[in-house]
Write a protein that binds this ligand. Structure first.
Ligand SMILES: Cc1cc2nc3c(=O)[nH]c(=O)nc-3n(C[C@H](O)[C@H](O)[C@H](O)COP(=O)(O)O)c2cc1C
Length: 329
């Protein structure tokens, strides 16, 4: 009993250290956010505010005047982005610049005259038009619901059943275009305010795969035959407040699931690998990947062509009644 108590006490005392390191990363992220450490353009602020404007535009009924508390910072940030791109400096990707432009254009077209909005409408009108990589205006639209969903429930359920964590792979290279295709599906995942605060770092060069795979604990015994290893890294620079510090994990995990299912449709299999919050592991991975102070690994994913002779654990799932409740029942 005493031994158990001392063991628990040691663990509890040691748990202060991961929280301290998390605080350092969250603070570093806020520093990036507020002091433009990523360049003159705050892409995260623009993504969030453009998204908020779109939500205002789709309200039913729509208000004549909205976004008063953030329209100025949005126009100013957009202006900085346009000017940076004109000078040939790093700015927003063209499609995002067009999205913000088109949403602001729509906002100023539908909002009523207001002392706060009118000067900004005028300023926006004076700014040069960005390039238009997309022919259509990138503003709220009606989805085509005339045809049924392209994938039926039975197919999706079958895909979910087929996907299993696979740890044994064929010694066969994985074409990068397949991984990219899976990332494109992952990119369609929801994320809080559409910020997508993560990057997939992919390693397919055997020496690098070996180095990365040697860092987490979870691959012991099968690390030597992983063809590709992905490190999903969250970027806390997307957030202005510690209240959002969990979003790198939530948004990252949602994207990871889409990525994993997409891999499966492409004949590839994968296994998530836990990222333990341990100081020596964090340091090693941060050094190898040259992570910025606000960047934190969310998880790793091993992937490749599955070895048909490799077994997969049965991993029986919880029954429905343990996974959900309706109205407290
Ligand atoms: C966040 C996360 C971390 C995981 N970490 C590891 C790991 O370190 N090593 C491993 O072999 N499997 C790991 N797994 C795979 C799980 O063991 C597996 O998903 C679970 O047993 C269910 O099996 P299934 O994926 O085949 O349904 C992880 C899965 C998740 C989602």
């Amino acid at each position: 009993m005493i031994r158990r108590f001392l063991h628990a006490l040691r663990r509890i005392l040691r748990s202060a250290e991961p929280y301290r390191r998390e605080r350092v990363c969250v603070t570093a992220g806020m520093h990036y956010f507020f002091f433009n450490r990523c360049g003159p353009v705050n892409g995260s602020l623009l993504r969030r505010n453009t998204h908020r404007l779109e939500k205002g535009l789709i309200m039913r009924p729509r208000r004549d005047v909205f976004a008063l508390d953030y329209i100025e910072e949005t126009v100013q940030a957009y202006r900085a982005a346009v000017e940076a791109s004109q000078r040939g400096e790093p700015s927003l990707p063209p499609e995002q610049l067009q999205w913000t432009h088109d949403v602001l254009d729509e906002y100023f077209a539908v909002t009523a005259s207001h002392p706060k909005i009118d000067p900004l409408r005028e300023l926006f009108g004076r700014l040069p038009e960005p390039l238009r990589p997309m022919p259509e205006p990138l503003i709220p639209y009606s989805r085509d619901l005339a045809s049924p969903a392209p994938v039926g429930y039975e197919q999706l359920a079958a895909l979910a059943l087929r996907r299993r964590s696979v740890r044994w792979f064929l010694p066969q290279p994985v074409p990068r275009d397949l991984i990219d295709k899976a990332i494109l599906v992952a990119a369609q995942s929801p994320s809080a305010c559409n910020r997508q605060p993560f990057v997939f770092h992919i390693f397919d060069e055997p020496e690098l795969v070996r180095k990365v795979a040697s860092i987490p604990y979870g691959v012991i015994g099968y690390e030597h035959q992983i063809p590709v290893i992905v490190v999903l890294v969250g970027q806390l620079r997307n957030f202005f407040d510690a209240r959002d510090r969990h979003l790198i994990y939530i948004d990252g995990a949602l994207a990871a699931m889409s990525f994993i299912l997409a891999l499966e449709t492409l004949g590839l299999s994968s296994c998530c690998i836990n990222w333990p919050d341990l100081p020596d592991r964090e340091r090693k991975l941060a050094e190898l990947l040259q992570l910025e102070p606000d960047e934190r690994p969310v998880m790793l994913i091993a992937l490749g062509y599955p070895d048909p002779e490799g077994l997969v654990p049965r991993s029986v799932k919880k029954p429905l009644n343990l996974l959900r409740s309706y109205n407290f029942e």
